[in-house]
Design a protein around this ligand. Structure first.
Ligand SMILES: [Ca+2]
Ligand SMILES: [Ca+2]
Ligand SMILES: [Ca+2]
Ligand SMILES: [Ca+2]
Length: 403
């Protein structure tokens, strides 16, 4: 199947030059000066770095970014309603334990639509989003525009039998969706190859993406080209050979979940066509050569995810390093460090960083000092396989770091 959505790759400002940035987190080549090519930009789960994932609030952040798409995850309720939710259970991102005690670790697809509507899907992120509901599939179409379309991931289709037909019918028969299809602003994705093949048979007119944690052999990639238009994969393990294999098979290449500007630049230098990020607002600024974090004074300069020995241990466990890179003192008391899974570290009271001062923020226990604050936790927060962390002081996003 030929790729029909050639973008968008030419919408950038002519002569655009990205700011040179220091490599951090991942080893990569010096940033290239970019000309007028920008990648397709996609907001992950809407914009899950700045709003609760897979909610209308996150879709609105995705739209506000001006990105090319925002991404959603669709599943079927026990009574067959397509709803938007990432995890297989409601435990992490809803108040299910209060509303339906004992059901937190049940499959989210075992709930009826009416039950799902009783859950709060926003308060896990912050009090600002109390009352956000789990959306219906159609809610995404209501927010999307012909500028910012929708990547529809069919999530865990084995638990949502028949979902391919449900999605295909919506895209064809609901005018709010079909106008987006006509504008080439819809793409359907899945990690599940059998589901993708079913979808391609039902709706060959829709752009289709095969997701994969690791790009397989060239022969397998070429077999995907018989039903898919693009491949989406993890930038952290992507190799130049993978890039050559995907492009050699005639497929467009996208990567996830690319949160820091350094990681975006790294991906572009590898030659990817599309970048999915939890922070579309900030990374759109980056791609346009604008300051990503205007007014920010404190940066995340390092993250030690997997120290020698236990990751969470007294005094010397995993930590995130902050530095005041501004010319003024900054009060970081109450600052929040949020990782990609929305796990949170905080900074205690009384921490004011002088210009140039650093602070290590630990997950585990220890004795607080001017240079170290300990959260006293007993469970690792920072994913050893690579994570991203966002630093918030009050409502201002200060920095995003990925390793
Ligand atoms: Ca997804
Ligand atoms: Ca509909
Ligand atoms: Ca370790
Ligand atoms: Ca860790």
């Amino acid at each position: 199947m030929a790729y029909r959505l050639t973008k968008t790759l030419v919408t950038a400002v002519a002569g655009l030059t990205l700011a040179t940035i220091a490599p951090a987190g991942v080893a990569h080549a010096a940033p290239a000066e970019r000309t007028n090519e920008v990648p397709v930009l996609i907001g992950h789960r809407g914009a899950s770095g700045t709003a609760p994932e897979n909610t209308v609030a996150a879709f609105k952040d995705g739209r506000a970014s001006g990105a090319d798409f925002f991404e959603i995850d669709v599943q079927l309720s026990s009574d067959g309603v397509p709803f938007l939710f990432h995890d297989d259970t409601p435990a992490r991102t809803t108040d299910v334990e209060e509303v339906f005690p004992g059901r937190a670790n049940n499959p989210v697809t075992s709930f009826t639509w009416a039950e799902l509507q009783q859950l709060d899907a926003g308060s896990y992120f912050s009090d600002k989003y109390v009352g956000e509901r789990i959306p219906h599939l159609d809610d995404a179409a209501q927010v999307a525009t012909t500028q910012t379309g929708v990547y529809i991931e069919i999530k865990s289709p084995v638990y949502s039998p028949g979902i391919e037909q449900v999605v295909a019918d919506e895209l064809r028969n609901d005018p709010t969706w079909s106008r987006l299809v006509a504008a080439e602003k819809i793409q359907v994705l899945s990690f599940d190859e059998a589901s993708n093949r079913r979808f391609a048979a039902i709706a060959p007119e829709i752009e289709l993406q095969q997701l994969t944690g690791v790009v397989p052999t060239r022969a397998v990639v070429e077999s995907w080209a018989t039903f898919a238009d693009s491949v989406g994969t993890d930038y952290r393990v992507l190799t130049p050979q993978n890039v050559a294999d995907v492009k050699g098979a005639g497929l467009i290449l996208g990567v996830y979940t690319v949160n820091s500007p350094e990681a975006v630049q790294y991906s572009l230098d590898l030659g990817v066509d599309a970048v999915t990020t939890d922070f579309p607002i900030e990374n759109q600024r980056f791609l346009q050569g604008q300051p990503m974090f205007p007014g920010a004074g404190v940066e995340v300069t390092s993250s030690v995810n997997n120290p020698a020995g236990d990751d969470v241990q007294p005094e010397n466990g995993e930590y995130v390093l902050l530095r005041n890179t501004s010319a003024a003192s900054v009060d970081v008391s109450g600052a929040i460090i949020r990782d990609a899974a929305s796990s949170i570290l905080t900074v205690g009271d009384g921490y004011v960083l002088a210009p140039g001062a650093e602070l290590r923020v630990y997950t585990g226990p220890g004795t607080n000092s001017a240079q170290a604050y300990y959260n006293g936790g007993s469970v690792s927060v920072l994913n050893n396989g690579g994570d991203s962390v966002a630093l918030w002081i009050g409502t201002r996003l200060q920095d995003v770091f990925a390793n």
